[in-house]
Design a protein around this ligand. Sequence first.
Ligand code: SF4
Length: 94
Amino acid sequence: MSQVMGLKAKLGLNVFKEGGEFHIKIREGKAKDQRLKKAILVCPAGLYSENPDGEVTISVDGCLECGTCLIACGPEVLEWRYPDGGTGVQFRFG
Ligand code: SF4
């Protein structure tokens, strides 16, 4: 009998090393921009959410550095760069 791991369990295997500034930022004045709402739908780690005021927020802890949010939303609403060397995600495959 095989055991199937769910997405959250798989993501939980990864290790994240903090350091420096956040590598993804919502550009000033863009938290309510409609383009940013796509990030809520496409981020595989579920790091974006919308607060009761209609502003999109991000919690970068757990970021997989896939760049999907930048492609979906565009550089006009997101500042995106890779984390500093030695920090960020370390993938562990289970
Ligand atoms: S880079 Fe990928 S994992 Fe990180 S916030 Fe964007 S979509 Fe989510």
